[in-house]
Ligand binder design. Structure first.
Ligand code: 9D3
Length: 246
């Protein structure tokens, strides 16, 4: 996967992704990340990349020209057969979810466009953007953190990025339930014991206990997920115990 990020804060995105799992995947050549400074493409002598909104109103709007020229520079470098998708991070986008992370991971190149100020001139958005994406219903100061969230989440679906034996799909969201609680040494911490079944070595019982814990948690914390979860008859009965209503 080749990621390009168009931003006014390239150092923020670089710094944020060069650590831990994603940083290691970049160093191992599984991913590449190019953070493009939109300001470097302005043709204005004072380096401005924004101006007042036509029609009036608060704040500033990012101009089309530097964004378009930055995009053209990326296109010039990418020799892929099809045009890469351009993801605009915006509060007016479709809410990012795991299904989209898996789908985006299948692309060979992704271009992220981060806005700042009140937004970007609509004309350049019409010309280059293929996907409008938000990361949730809360207000950020710009698209950079949203792009970093997406890159982190997409990357862990790329083969080789996660080193451990747990593959991305055996985890939480795949069976539609939340994960069961985890414990490690010591057996007693401040008088709280590890659940006895986990020390028993009885694997069938452990599997059943964990499944029940997953269902309990989902009922208590995320009952909205139960609609899509695959549960057998006995497990549906269990839900009645943990769901006070319905
Ligand atoms: C005055 C209207 N505001 C919209 C709620 C303007 C505005 C606020 C914040 C315009 C842009 C932003 C910056 N946010 C993002 O760029 C952004 C974002 C977000 O704020 N929440 C969730 N996902 C995203 S993706 C990009």
């Amino acid at each position: 996967m080749k990621y390009y990020v168009m931003t006014l804060f390239p150092e923020m995105v670089r710094q944020g992704l060069n650590t831990s799992i994603i940083g290691r995947a970049i160093n191992r050549g599984l991913l590449s990340l190019e953070c493009m400074d939109i300001r470097a493409y302005t043709t204005e002598k004072h380096g401005h990349v924004d101006d007042y909104p036509y029609g009036g109103g608060a704040g500033m709007v990012m101009q089309a020209q530097p964004v378009y020229d930055c995009y053209q520079d990326i296109c010039r470098r990418t020799e892929s057969a099809k045009k890469p998708r351009v993801i605009y991070l915006t509060p007016q986008g479709k809410t990012f979810e795991q299904k989209m992370a898996v789908e985006f991971a299948e692309e060979e190149t992704l271009i992220f466009l981060c806005g700042h100020y009140e937004g970007i001139d609509e004309r350049v958005l019409e010309m280059i953007v293929t996907d409008n994406v938000s990361i949730g219903d809360y207000v950020l100061t710009g698209g950079e953190l949203a792009a970093m969230v997406m890159i982190d989440s997409i990357s862990r679906n790329i083969s080789g990025v996660l080193n451990n034996d747990i593959s991305a799909e055996t985890e939480s969201f795949s069976d539609g339930l939340l994960e069961y609680p985890q414990y490690t040494r010591p057996e007693v911490f401040m008088e709280k014991r590890v659940p006895e079944v986990l020390l028993s070595g009885h694997h069938a019982n452990i599997r059943q206990w964990r499944r029940e814990q997953s269902i309990k948690r989902t009922c208590e914390r995320r009952p909205d997920l139960l609609d899509k979860a695959v549960l057998d008859k006995k497990e549906l009965e269990l839900c009645k115990k943990y769901l006070p209503i319905s």
